[in-house]
Design a protein around this ligand. Structure first.
Ligand SMILES: Nc1ncnc2c1ncn2[C@@H]1O[C@H](COP(=O)(O)OP(=O)(O)O)[C@@H](O)[C@H]1O
Ligand SMILES: [Mg+2]
Length: 239
């Protein structure tokens, strides 16, 4: 991990009517890091991904990617600039084969041929299922296919939203290995939202904690897990 920033989230607020889903959030994302994003349910994690990737406009604040202001560009433009994401709810095209799912996604980037797509399927351990219909995959495989589809856009930053939810202990461990592998192999920067605490603590170099839309802590997994305010947020008590 270098100390160079790849993305700066600057004072971002997101209102939904009267709900302050994000409250003046500031984050410097370092190139090549795995940054964990945690917080209780409803704390704004998915909203932050939606604002970064252009699905929701920010109410206030800016997002800079490689020195360029990308705030409120369309999701399509942001994806093309190199920010890929998965969705909390899996949504591959069920009636297409695994390889076609990745190829279709890659078409939009214009950089992916069959060979590159097959390399992605190797990395995400789906190569043996390349000819099967996506709807035949089990949950763990569908989640890996979501990641494969995001990788087909050759992103520089990958936003992963709860890609381990509902997986078994063994599947979580395999997923962790895969995520580190992706970072190392493709030199990506990864921001990871995950409820499986053991998993996010194991794989992230830094952790950011949201509570009710506000950043309440940032630091190493150890620092964050010993932080009083973080423990309080998770226990649901008032500070
Ligand atoms: N599209 C939306 N419309 C209205 N409120 C929303 C919308 N998306 C999220 N919210 C609200 O914003 C807050 C943060 O939600 P979310 O970002 O999904 O939390 P998390 O991913 O941390 O569980 C919640 O109060 C949620 O109800
Ligand atoms: Mg969420």
């Amino acid at each position: 991990m270098s100390q160079e920033n790849i993305m700066t989230i600057n004072n971002v607020t997101k209102m939904f009517g009267g709900i302050r889903a994000l409250n003046k959030v500031n984050v410097e994302v370092k190139k090549g890091e795995i940054l964990g994003l945690i917080g209780p349910n409803g704390s704004g994690k998915t909203t932050l991904f939606n604002v970064i990737s252009g699905f929701y406009p920010a109410t206030e604040g800016t997002i800079e990617f490689k020195g360029e202001n990308i705030t409120n560009l369309s999701p399509h433009k942001i994806a093309r600039k190199g920010i890929g994401r998965t969705f909390q709810i899996v949504r591959p095209f069920g009636d297409m084969t695994v390889i076609d799912n990745v190829l279709v996604s890659g078409l939009f980037s214009g950089k992916m041929g069959v060979k590159q797509c097959r390399d992605i399927l190797k990395t995400t351990r789906l190569i043996e299922r390349e000819g099967d219909l996506a709807e035949m995959l089990n949950l763990a495989e569908k989640r890996r296919l979501e990641i494969a589809r995001a990788l087909a856009l050759s992103p520089e930053i990958l936003l992963l939203d709860e890609t381990m939810a509902g997986l078994t202990h063994t599947e979580v461990d395999e997923s962790l290995k895969m995520i580190s592998g992706i970072r190392n192999e493709f030199g990506l920067t990864i921001i990871l939202v995950e409820h499986v605490m053991r998993a996010i603590m194991a794989v992230s170099e830094r952790i950011l904690v949201l509570s009710e839309g506000t950043k309440i802590a940032e630091g190493s997994p150890k620092e964050v897990s010993e932080n009083e305010q973080v423990l309080t947020a998770y226990l649901g008590r008032r500070v």
